[in-house]
Ligand binder design. Structure first.
Ligand code: 13P
Length: 255
């Protein structure tokens, strides 16, 4: 059985007040909720504050982050290391988000390097993949997802996917309100799992595959009812404690 993981990607949003209100609200909303791992990825500057608020709420929330660099220390101005994130208790680290692939020119190979770097440092990659609207319309979704995953498998072996999270996020569904249907998402999730199973069935069976892209309290349950959708990576709706908690509760109830 795969335990669902619902993670909030706060992207470039936050202030001390906002982080405090959001996590205080989540600490309350998640009281007594079991059967789901709930994680948040604040901007790096707020990871410290988030760690303290999560601890004050009884550690019901897993702390994550939105990126890592490829070195743990040294002359790399402006970088932020996996070891530093670990120092603040962050464990679930998003890599390969389409916004970083697009705005920072991160290649499949570069993302695969980050994947290995996180694993080497004992952190859990939340490895984002997904196709653009044009690729979707051209019927290339499965090929694009397979290529993005193969960058990790070819460089580090299929076992690298043990204990990792894959987040399938169709780019056209991110922040657009135009979510994939649950049936379409399930079909792609199943194809991703089948692709990994060709290399190793046991690895494919255990890997968490989240759906991301306009997940809201209104549509969350329809995704979690699908056999290959093991949680969600949530953007906009994760900035509101009630909405995000409702999504987490839907996962806990469905699985
Ligand atoms: P939205 O939920 O705002 O569509 O964002 C999804 C996302 O990019 C999460 O990483």
């Amino acid at each position: 059985m795969r335990r669902p993981v619902v993670m909030g990607n706060w992207k470039l949003n936050g202030s001390k007040t906002m982080v405090t209100e959001l996590l205080t609200g989540l600490n309350e909303e998640l009281e007594g909720v079991t059967g789901v791992d709930v994680a948040v990825a604040p901007p790096a500057l707020y990871v410290d504050l988030a760690e303290r608020l999560i601890e004050a709420g009884g550690n019901k929330i897993i702390l994550g982050a939105q990126n890592t660099d490829l070195h743990n220390s040294g002359a790399y101005t402006g970088d932020m290391s996996a070891e530093m994130l670990k120092d603040f208790g962050a464990t679930h680290i998003i890599i390969g988000h389409s916004e970083r692939r697009e705005y920072h020119n991160e290649s499949d190979e570069f993302v695969a390097q980050k994947f290995a770097f996180l694993k080497k440092n004992g952190l859990k990659p939340v490895f984002c993949i997904g196709e653009s609207e044009a690729q979707n319309e051209a019927g290339e979704t499965e090929t694009v997802c397979a290529r993005q995953i193969d960058a990790v498998i070819n460089a580090h072996g299929v076992e690298a996917l043990n204990d990792a999270i894959i987040a399938y996020e169709p780019i056209w569904a991110i922040g657009t309100g135009k979510a994939a249907t649950a049936d379409d998402a399930q079909r792609i999730h199943a194809s991703i799992r089948a692709h990994i199973a060709k290399k190793d069935a046991a690895v494919a069976e255990q890997v968490i595959i989240q759906y991301g892209g306009s997940v809201k309290p209104e549509n969350a349950a329809s995704y979690f009812a699908q056999p290959d959708i093991d949680g969600a990576l949530v953007g906009g709706a994760s900035l509101d404690a009630k909405s995000f908690a409702a999504i987490a509760k839907a996962a806990a109830e469905a699985k």
